[in-house]
Design a protein. Structure first.
Length: 400
């Protein structure tokens, strides 16, 4: 079995998922084409050596439909023989794309693979694919499928997370993200020019550095109305020990919608030798799980725990964790169950502050983890993300 290495990682800034966002006027093809070109220039690779392109995308509709992993290569004028495949494991898709690329390299199927994800939520809104399991209440009830925010409030209720605790997670995320941006820690960002607005987007747009606990406390819970329409009753029937569902999640302590893309170059040792490029890290562990569909977005916790168990590690053995801030209560559950110290977890902020471009998030987080391991001269890190329906994916990397 071959080893799989990460040779480079690039991403766009995360843009506000609104018409006034810095990336909104661009198509997902524009973002990916810019990243493909950046990886080519940084590694001097020969396009003809690319064995596959694997991208995560959660809402494969409109501009993101028709296998964007393949069509984006055509848009970028790459050789037509290069294949591509687009995958969807909800919000963990970006990590899954990297894992699939690693598996192809490890089995010898390919020597060089582009892997990452894309999501332009301002142009292709969440649910614009009319996903029946989320929109058809009868079908959702039969499957036990719940919306992400409802699952987050169930986590808060079962684990005793207060509104103040949830808001404290959000405030810390904002403060860490602002600090990292001010000090230039996000090295993998490739500036994106938007000629329509006449701007170049160089930094993540969604961070709110002036956030305070007082401002967060004034926000109204987002999912109480949804709960009153039958979701709370279903939860209470499943968990009779609960007297009520506590709604603590607001726009301030939930992941922010965003536009963005990220691509990593994953390859074999032989591919690196041909390129004349040293690998930045080795992919040393991968796992998929599916946690309780009712808590919906707790998969990142289960995946991280399962990966450490398989590798015989505890949280003390891992230098840094980049774990999907899938609502504030999930992070509190994560720390309680996995005993991860604050000094190791999402040290440069998370999706609550930085934004969550669904299928791209996992790949963005992987690049962020690699950047920070290098900056601190550390060795081992784990990145994990949750998806809908309890999905969870984790990946461990080690610097060489």
């Amino acid at each position: 079995m071959n080893s799989a290495y990460i040779y480079d990682a690039v991403r766009t800034p995360r843009g506000k998922a609104r018409a006034d966002g810095g990336l909104h006027d661009l198509t997902p093809y524009d973002l990916l084409s810019t990243l493909y070109q950046a990886l080519e220039q940084r590694t001097q690779l020969d396009r003809n050596d690319i064995g596959d392109v694997i991208l995560g995308c959660a809402t494969q509709s409109g501009e993101q439909a028709a296998n964007i992993a393949k069509t984006s290569t055509l848009y970028a004028n790459w050789p037509r023989h290069i294949p591509g495949i687009t995958i969807n494991r909800y919000c963990s898709s970006g990590i899954d794309a990297i894992n699939f690329a690693a598996m192809k390299v490890m089995t010898g199927m390919n020597d060089l693979v582009f892997a990452g994800g894309v999501e332009m939520m301002s142009r292709v809104p969440m649910m614009s694919d009319n996903a029946a399991p989320f929109l058809d209440l009868k079908l959702a009830s039969k499957m036990g499928i719940y919306m992400m925010g409802s699952g987050a409030d169930l986590i808060a209720t079962r684990w005793g997370v207060t509104r103040e605790q949830a808001d404290a997670i959000a405030l810390a995320s904002q403060q860490k993200a602002a600090h990292a941006t001010d000090h230039g820690y996000f090295k993998s960002i490739i500036p994106i020019t938007n000629a329509i607005k006449g701007i170049t987007v160089k930094h993540d747009e969604i961070i709110r550095p002036q956030t305070t606990m007082e401002a967060l406390a004034r926000m109204t819970p987002s999912f109480a109305d949804l709960g009153s329409k039958g979701v709370n009753a279903a939860f209470l029937a499943d968990f009779p020990e609960l007297k009520e569902i506590v709604h603590v999640h607001t726009p301030g302590n939930s992941p922010a919608m965003a536009d963005g893309a990220s691509v990593l170059l994953v390859g074999s040792k032989k591919a690196g030798e041909k390129l004349g490029v040293k690998p930045r890290a080795k992919i040393s562990g991968m796992v998929n799980v599916n946690d309780d569909t009712r808590t919906v977005i707790s998969g990142c916790v289960s995946a991280t725990g399962e990966l450490m168990k398989r590798e015989g590690l505890s949280a003390k053995d891992v230098d840094l964790f980049e774990i999907h801030e899938a609502f504030a209560a999930t992070m509190i559950k994560c720390q309680r169950e996995l005993n991860i110290d604050d000094s190791k977890l999402n040290v440069n902020g998370g999706c609550i502050a930085l934004g969550h471009p669904l299928g791209a998030t996992g790949a963005i987080m992987t690049g962020t983890l690699l950047d920070e391991l290098e900056r601190r001269d550390l060795k081992r890190g784990i990145v994990s993300a949750s998806g809908a329906a309890g999905a969870g994916t984790a990946l461990m990397i080690e610097r060489l």
